[in-house]
Design a protein around this ligand. Structure first.
Ligand SMILES: *Cc1c(COP(=O)(O)O)cnc(C)c1O
Length: 354
């Protein structure tokens, strides 16, 4: 069997949710499990995160799967619906929906009276992606209030820079001015959960932190008490020695300056490892943190074994996860942990660890 696998640590997921809940003890929590739970598996993550008060996804099929698996908690669609005919599914499965645009508000005209649809009205406070302009919030809320098919109403927004030095900036003040305090509020992503208690409000929306990845640039999970939930591991499947001047991999990007022991690892970009990771990206071989060499190919990548004399075919390699933070690998590849976790490929065998 090809040795690449992703171990998903269910107790780490539970632990990380408990961290979020301890940060925001008076708030309820939507566990954000969009994008196949950031690569961890939708239903697997939902099972581990069953202490959450609700779940948030962007995929309607995912929301329906949660209901069909028996989850009765609030299930929120973060982008809402895209066409009026989806409303019947929302009502049938008692799904909660974001309403972020005038077009969606108009589509709600098709919603029958008595539908009791749970709506989270999203207000744009500076992210300028989704959300009604603050000046339109009052009218929209009045319209929702007057709609005989709408049930509970919550107001929400999303922060652009909660992970950065800019922080919440004016967004919280703009939100408060537009949304008032009449309705329950939902604002905080992981970074805001960890850093800005004033943003916790009624429902937090932690995502990345649940998976044991720091939302902060330069940070790692352990800094904020989180445990990595995914470990992508494989093995060395060949060992060779490069003489000075020998190159390795496509494009001959790495050329040995001295005698270099190289391990070939069964993991490549078709497994979800980033092709853009350059020579020097951290990789754990046995118990030693070393570096990748040359270009990542579809099924394989190469690692420097010069400082790992006992490594041989069969030695375990951690591409990211326990002992090799995904944040550091992402940094080296010019991206963020989010992207690496989400990109875990379907062909990678998943091992659950409880
Ligand atoms: C994805 C998402 C979140 C979770 O963000 P993290 O940074 O992963 O915590 C929260 N709210 C909305 C609207 C989202 O789309």
């Amino acid at each position: 069997m090809r040795p690449v696998s992703a171990t998903i640590d269910l107790s780490a997921l539970r632990h990380n949710l408990a961290v979020a809940q301890r940060c925001a003890p008076r708030s309820k929590a939507f566990a954000v499990i969009k994008a196949n739970a950031y690569g961890h598996g939708l239903l697997r993550a939902a099972r581990a995160l069953s202490e959450a008060d609700g779940f948030a996804v962007v995929e309607l099929e995912g929301a329906v799967r949660l209901r069909e698996a028996g989850y009765a908690e609030r299930v929120l669609l973060l982008e809402g619906f895209f066409e009026p005919r989806e409303l019947a599914t929302l009502v049938q499965y008692k799904l909660s929906t974001v309403v972020h645009s005038p077009e969606q508000l108009d589509m709600l005209d098709a919603l029958p009276a008595g539908s009791d649809l749970d709506v989270l009205l999203k207000i744009n406070t500076g992210m300028n992606r989704l959300g009604l302009q603050p000046s339109h919030a009052g009218d929209a809320l009045a319209r929702l209030e007057g709609h005989p098919g709408v049930g509970q109403i919550t107001v929400m927004t999303h922060f652009a820079n909660a992970d950065a030095p800019e922080g919440l900036g004016e967004q919280l003040a703009i939100f408060d001015a537009a949304a008032g305090r009449k309705y329950p509020r939902s604002l905080a992503n992981s970074a805001a959960v960890l850093r800005y208690p004033e943003s916790h409000a009624d429902w937090i929306r932690p995502g990345i932190m649940l998976y044991g990845c720091s939302p902060f640039p330069g940070g790692v999970a352990a800094d904020v008490g989180l445990e990595p939930a995914m470990t992508l591991a494989s093995e060395i499947i060949a060992v060779r020695e490069l003489a000075p001047g020998d190159a390795v991999g496509y494009g001959s990007l790495f050329v040995a300056e001295r005698l270099t022991r190289v391990g070939v690892v069964a993991c490549g970009y078709a497994d979800g490892y980033p092709r853009h990771a350059p020579t020097g990206t951290p990789v754990l071989v046995g118990a030693t943190l070393t570096r990748t060499l040359g270009r990542v190919s579809m099924d394989m990548l190469c690692v420097d074994l010069t400082a790992v004399p006992d490594a041989r075919v069969g030695t375990r390699v951690v591409l990211w996860g326990e002992g090799n933070p995904v944040e550091r690998v992402a940094e080296s590849a010019g991206t963020v942990g989010y992207e690496l976790l989400c990109a875990l490929a379907p062909r990678v065998r998943v091992i659950e660890k409880s």
